[in-house]
Design a protein around this ligand. Sequence first.
Ligand code: ATP
Ligand code: MG
Length: 572
Amino acid sequence: MRQHNLFIPTLREAPAEAEATSHHYLLRAGFIRQIAAGIYGYLPLGLRVLQKISAVVREEMERIGAQELLLPAMQPADLWQQSGRYDVYGQELIRLQDRNGREFALGPTHEEVITTLVRNEISSYRRLPLTLYQIQTKFRDERRPRFGLLRGREFLMKDAYSFDVDWQGLDRTYRSMYDAYNRIFERCGLRFRAVEADAGSIGGEGETHEFMVLADIGEDTVVTCAGCQYAANLEKAEAGLSESSGEAAAERSAAYEKFHTPNVSTIEQLAAFTGLPERHFAKTLIFAADGRTIAVLVRGDHEVNELKLQQALGAEKLELADAAATQAATGAPVGFAGPVGLAVPLYVDREAAAMEAVITGANEQDYHLRHVVPGRDFELERVGDYRNVLEGDNCPRCSGKLLFYRGIEVGHVFKLGTKYSEKLGACFIDETGKERPMIMGCYGIGISRLLSAVVEQHHDGQGIVWPASLAPFQVHLIVVSVKDERQMQLSERLYRQLREAGAQVMLDDRDERPGVKFKDADLIGIPVRITIGKLAGEGMVEYKVRDSLEQLTLSAEEAVARVYEFYKGEDS
Ligand code: ATP
Ligand code: MG
């Protein structure tokens, strides 16, 4: 393509709205433009990269036998009512009515539509297993759209759905999808980890993994082990028990006693007041779980993991109790709750339960208790893992220590089981003539999120540095002066030659100062740049790889040969 009439509106200045590096560069290099909060247009360069990502995804989906289809964004509300999600999905679901007042939703995901479709068309085990996928626009009215394409309200997703006759079948399908995802993200040139994740609100009995691109801007915390392959989302991560903590063992014999702690209502204040480390205390938090008041006890330096707690409770909704409910449950204002003599059900994290003796709130304003012994002074009926792990905790699998990284979730594979097939009646007749629900899986990749995630990992101070597999063009030819006959001739020759060989070439034939052209080239980030300048008359050019400082003066033929060498093994 010739750059003089390509629509690439580059910007000199950093756009004020850009908070993430990828957002900043994709705007500046003219790949995307915001149309409304969380809603973007993909300009020609952006679209080319999206198409390359999609091509990689399609190849790997075809390889495992998944079939592409395309489903509507506009979905009848009654499908969502049948699955029971119309009410629980909340404000993220964009709802609308047609001219006759029929209700619709803009699909945030497609389980309802696809399960209904397959239910209507397939009734025999002979037609299973089946995996279908699409690359399609999704709508989610996110509370905080941000970081450009990383969290949009309208975005591109690859979503796949599998239908098997039994769990073993699903296990196989899941495994092949998991392997395909690994290949896709490798081919996108990403540093990533597949991590154990929480089944969360999608529900289902199933195993689930998230694929996390490691990047500081990531909203998720990825927990990995330094010694083994263990990797999990913080939401789900577990730790091996730590060495005993709390007050010294000697304190066990003493009965607990109350002591005066005026205006000391946080763990930090308590640590400062007593001069003891936070792990000597246990904190008691009061929650409302589906309207029921409960208490949770964790060690002073630990945080409650609300997702783990919610699952242990089987609660739909969990939130910290307000001041009035806390006062009612403990008889004291917030900050003085403790496990001794508490009237509401008490959930004790296993690390808190393992403490020898501990300092806690006294359920009385301005007082705490010391020498409190778990099991003696309060019940240990509901002990479990209710906390977030900390960096440096013991690995649950080996003797290693846990490390933390920030991650961007770019993919998610999920064993759904019969959650949707039962609700929507997607059944089949098995070999024995019995009717059974199909066993489903669902598998998503954020195609547009990937565009940003790749840039988060592939950039430098000047702009984007595209991996060879995803670059919008493979070679950037830059003519230093378009008014110079010989430069133009050589450029045209190279342009033709490379294109005939199948290379994707962008020719900067704009009548601009060379400085402007080089700045734009660095910003846009095409992997190989060939500059045709003063030495054109002798058939010589400058060859430079975007990711290297080295610039070589070569004959035009040699430069072309190097391009072939560079892209050897890449499909064009
Ligand atoms: P998140 O926790 O980031 O909101 P999710 O758990 O809601 O993600 P899924 O429902 O599993 O995501 O969607 C599948 C994939 O779609 C995700 O792995 C992610 O790559 C992408 N995705 C989800 N929400 C968005 C969004 N708002 N903008 C861009 N991509 C998204
Ligand atoms: Mg989400």
